[in-house]
Write a protein that binds this ligand. Structure first.
Ligand code: NAP
Length: 345
């Protein structure tokens, strides 16, 4: 009897977005999974991550990571389970972390360097895409390595997109390290969560404040100035922070989501000249350059989780067909904590 071919649904880039992406930029495509060759294994995705950086990969520009190709499936962090295997190292039933999200099934072989086995007994599987994954590591590297935050420095730390995945982790790591933490977010519900659950010292809704009043708002909430600004947003947030930095303050350029959908070259912060007399340090970073900190990060994060020091939240869309919606929602601020897609059960 001939075995029926397994069909996988995947999301392709139909066309490159101009400005804010829409569902029209994506296409749901069905493909047949080929037979397994020697050394290959077949993974059924359970979870996938959608991330703001993927917007950058939709442009055809030279960057630290190659652009997505039109007519090809998108890629990104995913967690799956092996359902067939011709590879002794990867057994049926194993859970793996890979980079072939945006699809229901994928084939890999032992040469696939992007596949890591994960232990389903240690934590909920999807945490490896968030608190225990690149999200957590980004916040950790940004604060400890880039901003050189040390324990009990009594620093004032301002975090933008504070109720998002990286932002909420950055807020909590800074609190654990003894800082006074101020966060900005785009809704009343997010501000309330940051104050009541995450436990930061002050939070404000930047949409209510208005982008031209951010500098004055930060002046009120940080009267003695900001030591560290963890920038996830760029634009007027960055400008407002520069106005309020202490001498020798550090600005961690983690991301600039307010700029990702602009259709013309953005004008830089108009007050950047203040960086000179105030001896500010502004440094961008990409988390993938800092995997050397993974072991240190794991040791700390597992300890903090066991001590119940971290509040972790997820916003979940179900089904591969809803992955574009989940991605687009990041730019509307519809997530609290990490945005994820549950691809299978
Ligand atoms: N450097 C690295 O290696 C690295 C790694 C991971 C992520 N990142 C960057 O870190 C930032 C956060 O990423 P994430 O994965 O944690 O996403 P996230 O913060 O969970 O989600 C994105 C959030 O950005 C906010 N936002 C969207 N458009 C905005 C705008 N025009 N102005 C201000 N805020 C806006 C929204 O929250 P509001 O409701 O508050 O607007 C939204 O919920 C992004 O800039 C990302 O590119 C960098």
């Amino acid at each position: 009897m001939v075995e029926e071919r397994l069909v996988s649904r995947e999301i392709h880039l139909r066309q490159r977005p101009f400005g804010i992406p829409t569902e029209h930029n994506f296409q749901l495509v069905k493909i047949n999974i080929p037979d397994l060759k020697v050394g290959e294994f077949l993974v059924r995705n359970l979870w996938m991550s959608v991330d703001p950086y993927m917007r950058g990969r939709m442009r055809e520009i030279r960057s630290y990571i190659s652009p997505f190709e039109i007519g090809k499936p998108l890629e990104g962090g995913c967690i799956g389970q092996i359902i067939k295997s011709n590879n002794d190292q990867f057994k049926v039933g194993d859970y793996v972390l890979g980079n072939l999200g945006w699809r229901e099934y994928w084939l890999s072989d032992s040469t696939e360097s992007d596949v890591t086995k994960i232990d389903s007994n240690m934590a909920p599987l999807q945490w490896y895409l968030g608190i225990l994954g690149l999200t957590g590591l980004t916040a950790y590297v940004g604060l400890l390595k880039i901003a050189q935050l040390v324990d009990n420095s009594n620093s004032t730390v301002f975090v933008s997109a504070a109720a998002g995945a990286v932002g909420s982790m950055a807020c909590q790591i800074a609190k654990i390290k003894g800082c006074r933490v101020i966060g900005s977010a785009g809704s009343h519900e997010k501000v309330k969560w940051l104050l009541d659950q995450v436990g930061i010292d002050h939070a404000f809704n930047y949409k209510e404040v208005g982008e031209n009043n951010l500098s004055a708002e930060l002046g009120k909430s940080c009267p003695d100035g900001i030591d560290i600004y963890f920038d996830n947003v760029g634009g007027k947030h960055l400008e407002g922070a520069i106005d309020n930095m202490k001498t020798f303050g550090r600005i961690v350029l983690c991301g600039m989501i307010s700029q990702y959908n602009l259709t013309s070259t953005p004008i830089g912060p108009s007050n950047i000249f203040i960086a000179v007399p105030n001896r500010l340090k502004l440094q961008g970073f990409i988390v993938r350059d800092h995997y050397d900190m993974l072991n240190e990060f794991y040791a700390e994060i597992y300890k903090w989780i066991s001590e119940r020091k971290i509040k972790w939240r997820e916003t979940v869309f179900e089904g591969i067909e809803n992955a574009p919606k989940a991605f687009l929602s990041l730019f509307k601020g519809e997530n609290i904590g990490k945005m994820l897609v549950k691809v299978g059960l």
